[in-house]
Ligand binder design. Structure first.
Ligand code: HEC
Length: 228
């Protein structure tokens, strides 16, 4: 019996030290798991906000550019109702170094422009047009004259009209009226405020869409939302 009990002692002692070991190992595991968990959380948190921030800034910049570009400008049809041919005579001073306007006037650096509104593009006799302008085809109507005078090289890539363009829509409308009063008599385009409002509504809708995208992005990033 004593042998049995003495023979049982070592195993029970071993069992006690085994428990101790297990407990210690458990704490080590627990600490390791805790550390790993914290580092995953930290990584997720910092990486998450770090990755979204540039994207957020990109959207903000894009919306600002769109807003700066478009909405202020009225339609050409409306601009034509706000100015007169007399206003256009002043703007014409920028054209007359290259163009004459009188009937039968000489071609200069550019062709004579008498009766140009409604006339065929690049069709004045005796003037050597660029291939680019000859290739445009059609007639000079209000919208085309507007686009041409805003940015000649943008509208007809390769034109030899060395003129930067008139950035103000009122100036383009005025000089177009002046051209129209010198040998042409095109009817003005219909201008109905309602139709114009509809066009503006379309632009506003497109803008609203861009803003909604930006807002959705901001909503997914609490830091950016708080910053606003
Ligand atoms: C530096 C000289 C120069 C100035 C300034 C200039 N033009 Fe011209 N313009 C030209 C030339 C050159 C052409 C022919 C372009 C071509 O063949 O590509 C032309 C062509 C045109 C045409 C097309 C004529 C046609 O027969 O189809 C119109 C319209 C016109 N110019 C209007 C204007 C108006 C309006 C202004 C002033 C706001 C102006 N231009 C200022 C040189 C000039």
């Amino acid at each position: 019996m004593t042998q049995d009990s003495s023979s049982q002692t070592p195993p029970s002692g071993q069992k006690a030290s085994g428990d101790l070991f297990n407990t210690a190992a458990g704490w080590v595991l627990f600490a390791a798991a805790l550390g790993l968990g914290l580092s995953i959380l930290a990584d997720k948190y910092f990486h998450g906000s770090g990755a979204e921030r540039p994207e957020q800034l990109g959207y903000v910049i894009a919306v600002t550019e769109e807003a700066g570009d478009g909405p202020a400008e009225m339609s050409f049809a409306e601009a034509l109702t706000k100015v007169t041919a007399a206003d256009g005579e002043k703007v014409w001073s920028k054209c007359q170094s290259c163009h004459s306007i009188n009937a039968g006037g000489a071609n200069g650096v550019g062709p004579n422009l008498h009766g140009i509104m409604g006339a065929a593009v690049a069709a004045k006799p005796g003037f050597g047009y660029s291939g680019a302008l000859k290739g445009l085809g059609g007639q000079w109507d209000w919208e085309r004259m507007n686009a041409w005078l805003k940015n000649p090289r943008g509208y007809v890539d390769g034109t030899k009209m060395a003129f930067a363009g008139l950035s103000k829509i009122e100036d383009r409308a005025a000089v177009a009226l002046y051209l129209n009063a010198n040998g042409s008599n095109l009817a003005l385009p219909a201008f109905a405020p309602a139709a114009d409002g509809a066009a503006e509504g379309e632009a506003a809708a497109a803008e609203g869409e861009a803003e909604a995208v930006a807002a959705a992005e901001a909503g997914s990033d609490p830091a950016a939302a708080a910053a606003e």
